[in-house]
Ligand binder design. Structure first.
Ligand code: UDP
Length: 324
């Protein structure tokens, strides 16, 4: 089995490439290196069966060629990171919507199964906690740049599920909740690596607002396990949407305290008003919690890696990249 991983040089994509190679699969990683890096693929590219192509998912011919001889596609490539999204909603929409159209249209030619990676961001301002796959999606006004990401990702879901129903393309959609681990960059948002890097360098930790907003953090290792299981189960899962995340909820202030303690840092915790943290075009989501009962039932998904272990891996990752 050869798998095309779009966004394969990114944080989640590169971990997935490693896991696929571990399982004896061959991998083609396609990435435009906008936020990903070939450094993430150093170990994978040293192994037989791994190929890297640099390119844009909006380049239909390139995507078709990358998909040749592949038995499945995991579509992770996207503009990500709140900073990038708020600064460039057009690019976010163009890459995340038109790029996904190119990927699923290329897959349609030979009906290659596609695992479409979507996001918990589509639940947006929904007040029903935890969020379940069949809940209405709920995002804010198009005048607020943040929502370009949720809107494009929701469109991707509609588009690929429609091709599944009307054209017989095997599609599974996964909505990832906050996914964390080594290789994740804090440069474009991403609170956990950002605060951990601050703790390691002794700078104050930047908690936005009063820190009472909450998230649920799931190890990238648990996420890749789920994606691998789904890849082997396309026959019975096609047409389904799954939440994948860790249902343990914590406030950002508690996360900051945990990071300071785990890293034995001398850093203080500072509070930054949202208006200073983000340019216009930002709206905070106060709570985001997955209901994972569907994934538990269908693929026996159970997050296993505790936060302490995740933090140790992030610290080790940051230290080793500082040594390079
Ligand atoms: N956040 C923070 N300090 C930072 C970066 C982010 O307090 O330096 C907060 C942010 O306001 C949000 C949460 O951490 O409430 C998660 O932010 P992230 O950008 O990681 O992802 P989101 O879940 O918002 O997409």
């Amino acid at each position: 089995m050869r798998v095309l991983v779009t966004g394969g040089a990114g944080f989640i994509g590169s971990h997935l490439c490693d896991a696929l190679l571990d399982a004896g699969r061959e991998v083609t990683a396609l990435d435009d290196l906008s936020t990903g890096s070939v450094v993430n693929l150093t170990a994978a590219l040293a192994r037989p069966g791994c190929k890297f192509i640099q390119g844009d998912i909006r380049d239909a011919l390139l995507v078709e060629r990358a998909m040749e001889n592949c038995d499945a596609v995991v579509h992770l490539a996207a503009r990500i990171g709140l900073r990038i999204i708020v600064d460039s909603p057009f690019d976010t929409l163009d890459v995340n919507a038109r790029g996904t159209e190119c990927v699923v249209q290329a897959a349609l030619k030979k009906k290659t199964p596609v695992l479409v990676i979507s996001t918990s961001e589509v639940y947006g301002h929904s007040t029903k906690i935890p969020s379940s796959e069949n809940d209405p999606i709920c995002f804010g006004s198009p005048t607020i740049g943040r929502w370009s990401y949720a809107c494009a990702k929701a469109y991707d879901e509609f588009y690929s599920l429609a091709l599944q129903r009307e054209r017989g393309l095997p599609v599974v959609v996964v909505r990832l909740f906050n996914t964390v681990g080594a290789r994740q960059s804090g440069r474009y948002g991403m609170v956990l690596p950002r605060l951990t890097a601050q703790a390691l360098s002794g700078e104050p930790l930047t908690v936005y607002g009063d820190g009472t907003q909450s998230r649920c953090f799931c190890s990238v290792r648990d996420v890749t396990t789920a994606l691998m299981t789904i890849l082997l189960r396309f026959d019975d899962l096609s047409g389904e949407v799954f939440n994948i995340g860790n249902p343990i909820e914590m406030t950002i202030l508690d996360l900051a305290k945990e990071i300071v303690e785990r890293t034995a840092s001398k850093s203080t915790i500072g509070f930054v008003p949202f208006s200073d943290a983000y340019p216009a075009g930002f709206e905070e989501i106060m709570r985001r919690v997955p209901d994972i009962s569907k994934a538990r039932q269908a693929i026996s998904f159970e997050p296993k890696v505790p936060l302490e272990e995740i933090l140790d891996e992030v610290v080790e990752g940051l230290r080793s990249s500082a040594r390079r």
